[in-house]
Design a protein around this ligand. Sequence first.
Ligand code: ADP
Ligand code: MG
Length: 234
Amino acid sequence: MALIELEQVTQEYRLGPTRVLALDQVSLKIEKGEFVSVIGPSGSGKSTLMNVLGLLEVPNSGHYRLNGIDVTTLDDDEASMLRNQTIGFVFQSFHLLPRLSALRNVELPLIYSASHDKTWTRKAVSERAVHALERVGLSGRSHHRPNELSGGERQRVAIARALVNSPSLLLADEPTGNLDSKTGAEILTLFEELHHQGTTLLLVTHDAANAARAHRTLKFLDGHLAGDILRAAS
Ligand code: ADP
Ligand code: MG
């Protein structure tokens, strides 16, 4: 069974009289353990794809099966729960809470889990978050707030937060877009390590060199899947 299966997924937005087909009959499968990059010009539907895959948006039509579950049948609470347990999201602009330390930011998804599962203790939450910060090489920064961290460090905190629930799927939408090229390359190296440790990874990128570090590249154009390129495993 594929981790992700999209069947003829279509997402349309209306802006006044204008209709935009952000996703146009997209069908694809992604297996557990793949590292896939997603490229295409601005406006081609990459972020819409990530939002659909990340259960942030329900498509207008088509089917999306995640681990065999047809997610279009879930209500909002069920979708939130599944998202929290299964998906980690990393964004271009980090989306960290400015008043919280790195550690507290990373704990947030666990606080949500703990509110649904009373067997979680405060100590267990904190230990998991510490471990996630270790995985991204940031243990020494756990008590710093975002504004006391460099861009690369902030993105590492965001990646730790995305990993803290051990998600089946890590979605990263232009995660190096706000970073200089050297820091971006370091973040890519971290993604490669996570992939080698078994994480399934989808990475949207503008950078051809970054895209080529994945073993498979999906190319979007005007909302449709215009290319699906496989490379030899790295
Ligand atoms: P990309 O990430 O490849 O730049 P997007 O998925 O963000 O592309 O957008 C695809 C198309 O859908 C674009 O034309 C964009 O303007 C439109 N779009 C995206 N989100 C919305 C929205 N919430 N409302 C209206 N139009 C949207
Ligand atoms: Mg985008």
